[in-house]
Design a protein around this ligand. Structure first.
Ligand SMILES: NC(=O)C1=CN([C@@H]2O[C@H](COP(=O)(O)OP(=O)(O)OC[C@H]3O[C@@H](n4cnc5c(N)ncnc54)[C@H](O)[C@@H]3O)[C@@H](O)[C@H]2O)C=CC1
Ligand SMILES: O=C(CO)COP(=O)(O)O
Length: 345
């Protein structure tokens, strides 16, 4: 990875020292920004200070000297121009609230988290807008397996924000020869796509473990896209967003890569592990499990037809055999392929 340009240098803080937080922090550091990576684990922070490596989450990646770890949240955010939040969704609000009193008045906040808050059904940007209403906020989402980014593999992502200035600044800040950042004003759609595709990654992992054919996998991915966009559009997203990197792009990668933790959850369940055993085996965040429960309930409430979500929910939480779900999916009412088309040629 090499720096792409001579853009302004910022103080960037990333909250959360897991795999994605570390990968994004390192790109910012490589692009000449002064980066603080806040984490709660002292051993991991020492590892970065002494060995320039986060060996727990991204072994083998040498971290740039512009990146410094910190265990002190107050100190970490005090002078930050941009704060990226990369903790799992269940910790997002509490970490943010702890940081708020120490933020600079003009700090911009960007979520890297792909999840939905339990009970409130709020997306991370909505939590940001609620907790820091006077700050510009945004989200990043796209086909971004952290380990591949760390490996310098060419990747692309989307920054979404209502603020064109924030979008442009983040595009400049993170783009380099192996990472390309696109903009999108549809913050809700970008974020909803990133959160919901985790459910379908579990479905795809299950299908792969059961030895389903390539035709089947393609059908699952495509019908997943139809289902997730149907749901998100009902909640206010722009359907076109689902044709972009945050929609179809992220769906493809997480439904086909064993590097995806959500895919692996499905794969292990398909191999016969219980949900609990699968989560333990992965040992990292797999947001799709909680998202499944929330989206299933919301779809019920809104009357949105989501047979894949319903089927996976029945398999995971109601012990329904996968064979019964598959035959139910194949015998549903016959429907139109692309929902947003009319009969006019
Ligand atoms: N890993 C990936 O490839 C990508 C992950 N994401 C998203 O990024 C978010 C974070 O995921 P990862 O970094 O992959 O997770 P991870 O499982 O690698 O790490 C999570 C990190 O958050 C920390 N954490 C958990 N609870 C915390 C709390 N209460 N306070 C402070 N720190 C806490 C953990 O100690 C750990 O360092 C998730 O929503 C995920 O969907 C998004 C794109 C790619
Ligand atoms: O969101 C991701 C890739 O874009 C990472 O997926 P997992 O959380 O399933 O590993």
């Amino acid at each position: 990875m090499t720096k792409s340009n001579q853009s302004p240098t910022y103080h960037v803080t990333v909250l959360g020292g897991g795999s994605f937080g570390t990968a994004i922090a390192n790109i910012s550091a490589l692009n000449n920004h002064q980066v603080t990576l806040w984490m709660r684990n002292e051993k991991q922070a020492d590892d970065i200070t002494h060995n320039r490596e986060n060996s727990r989450y991204l072994p083998g990646l040498t971290l740039h000297d512009n990146l410094s770890p910190s265990l002190n949240l107050q100190e970490s955010v005090r002078s930050a121009d941009f704060v990226f939040v990369a903790v799992p969704s269940k910790a997002f609000r509490s970490v943010l609230e702890e940081a708020v009193p120490f933020l600079k008045a003009d700090a911009k906040l960007i979520s890297l988290t792909k999840g939905i808050e339990p009970h409130s059904f709020k997306l991370m940007s909505q939590i940001l807008q609620e907790v820091v209403p006077n700050h510009d906020v945004g989200v990043i989402s796209g086909p971004n397996l952290a380990k591949e980014i760390a490996d310098d593999q060419i990747s692309a992502t989307v920054v979404a924000s209502e603020s064109p200035e924030l979008r442009a600044q983040v595009q400049e800040m993170l783009s380099c020869q192996s990472f390309r950042v696109y903009g999108n004003p549809d913050i809700y759609g970008v974020e909803m796509a990133g959160a919901i595709k985790n459910i379908y990654a579990i479905v795809a992992g299950l299908a792969a473990a059961l030895g389903m054919a390539d035709n089947t996998k393609a059908a699952i991915i495509t019908r997943s896209l139809a289902e997730m966009s149907r749901f998100a559009v009902k909640l206010g997203a722009n359907p076109m967003t689902f044709l972009g990197l945050a929609g179809v792009g992220d769906l493809i990668v997480t439904c086909s890569s064993k590097l995806s933790r959500n895919y692996r959850v499905g794969y292990y369940i398909g191999e016969g592990l219980t949900l609990k055993q699968a989560i333990k085996k992965i040992g990292e965040t797999a947001e799709g499990i909680n998202t499944l429960r929330m989206v299933n309930d919301k779809a019920e409430e809104l009357g949105v037809y989501m047979p894949l979500v319903k089927g996976l929910y029945a398999v995971i939480y109601e012990d329904m055999p996968i064979s019964a779900i598959a035959s139910k999916l194949m015998s549903g009412d016959l429907a139109q392929d692309v929902e947003y088309m009319t009969d006019q040629p």
